[in-house]
Design a protein around this ligand. Structure first.
Ligand SMILES: Cc1ncc(C[n+]2csc(CCOP(=O)(O)OP(=O)(O)O)c2C)c(N)n1
Length: 328
């Protein structure tokens, strides 16, 4: 084991994110929520990413443009379970959208987490903007964007490759693709002629990397290398992480656990036990601790209100003092 990698902390956060997601699925299945989509299967890569971002507000900090499976990134950044439950239950107390967006579509201005969008892949063209601002302001911040493999067929992804690599105007943009080999029910094998999505970066003269996103140690090292490259060279890098999708696409496809994909938490727990870093009993206690906090979050959320009909236009037009985005 590499002593510098905080494997115990990574494991805790992976479990926290998984337990949150499984609680959200139960909320959906019991009729207390309407739709679920999220990130079980991406915990190893995403937690390592969230822990390595320079968190804060403004272009001197890192920008994160995520997608609807990025929950483990946000949990690693410090998001509490109650945030996920509030959004799942469309409550007025949900600070990302005040109960008006899908679950796991967060936006946290104080951490430079740009609003997550339902139309897939738009984040790749929006990310050009924050990376451009960081370049113009000569800051040390970088922009990180992530999304799925199927979405890379969209023009926004191509725009991202073109705009981030213009000779003499390269952008400090870490372009991630979390490849789970599915686009809802469409298999990647039937869609992509390229062997690796990462290879597309080569045509733009970009450094490219591929990592096993189910392996926490390898993910940590790959992210550290990629972030350091983009931060110091102020150039783009395309990193492909091969990940799992453990509950299918979303509640639209049943949100049931699949048994034929690799579970990154299981892999890490086997390693931690083998290297005598954690015992089976300690691991069980971690799961129980988060089960309890997820129930506490749900019980608190059950006491909170849904948005009123009158608030439907809040934050839509500028000039509404009751709903000034600058207060966030
Ligand atoms: C612009 C757009 N087209 C189609 C959809 C419908 N849609 C939602 S998720 C999805 C599949 C995305 O697959 P991928 O990019 O691989 O991400 P994954 O969900 O597998 O993480 C599609 C086609 C959409 N939301 N937005």
């Amino acid at each position: 084991m590499n002593e510098k990698i905080p494997l115990k902390k990574i494991h805790e956060l992976m479990v926290k994110s998984r337990v949150l997601e499984e609680r959200l699925i139960k909320i959906y299945k019991s009729g207390e929520g309407f739709f679920w989509i999220g990130g079980p299967g991406q915990e190893a890569f995403d937690v390592c990413l969230g822990l390595q971002l320079k968190k804060g507000r403004g272009n001197q900090f890192d920008w994160f443009h995520g997608h609807y499976r990025s929950t483990p990134v946000l949990v690693a950044m410090g998001m509490e379970m109650i945030e996920g439950v509030r959004m799942m239950k469309n409550l007025a107390t949900d600070r990302s959208s005040h109960g008006r967006n899908f679950c796991n579509h967060y936006g946290f201005p104080e951490w430079n987490v740009a609003p997550i969008s339902s139309p897939i892949e738009v984040q790749y063209s929006i990310a050009i903007g924050t990376a451009w601002a960081q370049r113009a302001e000569k800051t040390q911040g970088i922009t990180v964007v992530t999304g799925g493999d199927a979405g890379t067929a969209e023009g926004d992804f191509a725009s991202c490759l073109v705009w981030s690599s213009r000779p003499g105007s390269e952008l400090p943009l870490l372009i991630l693709v979390e490849d789970n080999r599915w686009g809802i029910s469409t298999a990647a094998e039937t869609q992509h002629g390229d062997k690796h999505i990462a290879d597309r970066g080569k045509a733009f003269g970009m450094k490219t990397m591929i990592v096993d996103g189910n392996n926490a140690e390898e993910s940590w090292n790959a992210i550290a290398e990629a972030v350091d490259y983009v931060r110091t060279k102020r150039k783009p890098l395309l990193l492909q992480a091969n990940v799992s999708r453990l509950y299918g696409h979303s509640s639209a496809s049943g949100a049931s656990f699949v048994t034929n994909e690799t579970d990154p938490i299981k892999i890490l727990e086997d390693q931690l036990m083998k290297e005598k870093i954690l015992t089976e009993k300690q691991i069980k206690a971690i799961w129980e601790k988060f089960q309890e906090s997820s129930m506490n979050a749900l019980n608190l959320a059950r006491t909170e209100p849904q948005p009123t009909a009158e608030s439907v236009w809040d934050y839509v037009y500028a000039g509404n003092e009751n709903a000034d985005w600058r207060k966030f």
